[in-house]
Design a protein around this ligand. Structure first.
Ligand code: SAM
Length: 306
């Protein structure tokens, strides 16, 4: 089966980023290259796009789409390392940075790393990077103590039954380790109250959604990477450079919103999105995964203040 990732808020991203001829752009979350392809169309023959992804298979997929384009430099790496990545290329500053956070459809649908509770036989891994670096979801679920598990379910998943779920996981793994996405989903389902499972009006999302989100964020240090990238972005942007971020849950969006406010109050530039830009009804109908997306953008001053 050929899996596609549909780029989210594509026209809105192009509107705020305004890629122009001869500019240099960074797509820090290249994925299948959907946004990158359209940004490239606007950069003209003299432009350049640096496409970064932590997942080697995402880079391969993007290469199928834009690999023949000599203006693209592919980097298998972490967007938190943008300053080092451009310094290694002897590039001082870029005109635009784009981040489309989280995972892509290519990784969830049959990606083999247990990102989704519907992928019941897949091993619990959830690392974007396949090289095996960093802690896996399996290690977190089977070795962190009850309080640490409850803390991430509460903080990173905003899960109401965090304590109950953590307790149940610890009970289950005493008998045998929890090895697959399906086993984790079953553990969550067995821990939450029956009323929550049966109440279809309240249950708009699968009961395991929040726990899977929490574990994925912890495994990939997603909030730390985002904060690091936002802190270094203004120093990597040329005068008038633009930064746009699409986030998919409130924790990320809060970080982006507060960061842009801080930059604006420090006089570094201007927030381009007074309110987050969200997908239209039509976009959500065509691509339900776009539903939670929020786009925020910032432009640094044309002339740097000293
Ligand atoms: C939502 S997808 C991007 C989709 C892309 N915009 C497109 O149109 O196809 C997010 C991508 O970011 C990557 N990613 C997540 N965290 C990363 C990080 N810290 N550094 C680099 N890539 C990361 C994931 O591997 C995934 O491929």
């Amino acid at each position: 089966m050929s899996v596609h990732h549909i780029p989210v808020l594509l026209n809105e991203v192009l509107r705020v980023l305004e890629p122009k001829e001869n500019e240099i752009f960074i797509d820090g979350t290249l994925g299948g290259g959907g946004h990158a392809e359209k940004i490239l169309e606007r950069l003209g023959a003299g432009g350049k796009l640096i496409g970064i992804d932590a997942d080697e298979s995402a880079i391969k997929k993007a290469e199928e789409k834009i690999g023949g384009d000599k203006r693209v430099i592919f980097v298998h790496g972490n967007y938190a390392d943008i300053p080092k990545i451009i310094a290694d290329m002897k590039i001082e500053r870029v005109d635009g940075i784009f981040l489309d956070l989280g995972f892509s459809s290519l990784q969830i649908d049959g990606g083999g790393r247990g990102f989704s509770f519907t992928a019941s036989d897949e091993p619990l891994d959830m690392r974007y990077g396949k090289s095996g670096s960093g802690i896996s979801a399996r290690s977190i679920i089977n070795s962190w103590n009850k309080d640490e598990l409850a803390r991430i379910f509460r903080k990173l998943g905003e899960e109401r039954y965090a304590g109950r779920i953590a307790r149940r996981i610890v009970e289950i793994r005493k008998r045998a380790p929890i090895e697959t996405a399906g086993a984790l989903a079953d553990a969550v389902l067995s821990a939450i109250p029956r009323s929550r499972k049966l109440n279809k009006r309240v249950r708009t999302i699968h009961p395991a959604t929040r726990v899977f989100q929490a574990v994925r964020i912890a495994v990939n240090r997603e909030l730390e990477n985002l904060e690091t990238a936002l802190l270094s972005a203004p120093d990597c942007l040329a005068p008038g450079g633009r930064l746009a971020v699409i986030s998919f849950h409130s924790l990320e969006d809060r970080i982006v919103k507060n960061h842009f406010r801080m930059l604006a109050s420090d006089g570094i530039g201007e927030i381009l999105t007074k309110k987050p830009v969200m997908p239209s009804f039509e976009e959500i109908k065509a691509n339900s995964r776009s539903r939670p997306a929020k786009l925020r953008a910032f432009r640094v001053n044309n002339i740097f203040k000293i």
